[in-house]
Design a binder for this molecule. Structure first.
Ligand code: GLV
Length: 305
């Protein structure tokens, strides 16, 4: 039996190496040079091409290489009987906390004002009491980020599909989107990408936030309506935005985002899966699969996450 690694435009060699370091007896193949497709039972995929899984008669499970599984859900060429799983990697939680906190501190201290500035022009900082934070998406990562920011002395609100109880966090469900938004200055998007959440970050939503308003998008580019954000930045509805994810990645050089100095762009680096942690999560599920035990971190295909 073997594990197959599939990705377009991503070097999978470190993941194969980590799998073999953890267990040298594993049989691991990297697409597209697959010698024995009939041996593959578990595949691991990131932005896979359509129809790539057509020729694996014994494939049972496909794991995402990361925390999000939207690339699997969206791929209608994958048969319904295949189980999807995702990776829970604790190092991604730490990285995400760091990215969001760094962005929040940049906003709080108005570091944005001094970027490339030749002028000695001190501006009053915000205080923690001035800025509330709203986390959209309280999954494995979002709930931890909410708690982390609360522990740094911020008032934090949380929003999720089903009601979550998290100490110190005031939580809302999608039905209460408006009361949530109106209390939030800094909106952090950590939602899964589904039909319901696609395009959720639009002008109507931006207008409902508390002033001054800021956006941090670390989930998926398709959550955001790009032209609405540009309009909101240009008309001061939003003061500034921190974006790590984009509709098209790499963000094309012709994209107007590059020309806005109220936008901070990073190349999808907020939380990167660590090969050793991914390998141990995969091997755990692979053993469970081979021995007929319940899998960990299974994606609910009907919910989309
Ligand atoms: C990264 O974007 C992930 O889903 O892990």
């Amino acid at each position: 039996m073997s594990i197959l690694l599939v990705a377009k435009n991503r070097n999978l060699a470190p993941f194969k190496e980590a799998l073999l370091n953890a267990d040298k007896n594993l049989d691991v193949e990297i697409w597209p040079n697959v010698e024995k497709p009939e041996r593959v039972q578990l595949a691991v995929a990131w932005n896979q091409p359509k129809n790539v899984f057509d020729s694996y008669p014994n494939l049972k499970v496909i794991s995402s290489l990361g925390a999000g599984a939207d690339h699997l859900i969206e791929d209608s060429t994958i048969p319904d009987h295949i189980i999807f799983t995702k990776i829970y990697d604790p190092s991604m939680v730490t990285q995400m906390n760091d990215y969001v906190y760094a962005s929040v501190l940049s906003i709080l201290m108005k570091l944005e004002n001094y970027r490339n500035s030749e002028h000695w022009d001190p501006a009053p900082k915000y205080s923690r009491e001035d800025l509330t934070i709203g986390i959209m998406g309280l999954g494995n990562i979002g709930k931890e980020t909410a708690t982390y920011l609360s522990n740094q002395g911020f008032k934090v609100f949380g929003l999720s599909n089903s009601k979550k109880e998290i100490p110190e966090i005031e939580t809302y469900t999608y039905n209460d989107l408006d009361p949530f938004l109106k209390q939030v200055n800094i909106l952090v998007n950590l939602l899964p990408l589904t039909k319901e959440t696609e395009g959720i970050l639009d002008l109507a939503l931006f207008k409902k936030l508390k002033n001054p308003s800021f956006i941090i998008n670390v989930a998926r580019g398709n959550h955001l309506i790009d032209e609405d954000l540009i309009y909101a930045l240009d008309t001061n509805i939003i003061e500034s935005a921190y974006l790590d994810v984009f509709n098209e990645e790499p963000l094309p050089s012709s994209h107007p985002f590059w020309s806005r100095d109220t936008l901070f762009i990073t190349p999808h680096i907020a939380a990167i899966s660590d090969p050793d942690n991914v390998a141990s999560a995969l091997i755990d599920n692979y053993k469970r699969l081979l021995s007929g035990m319940e899998l960990q971190n299974v994606v609910d295909r009907s919910k989309g996450y």
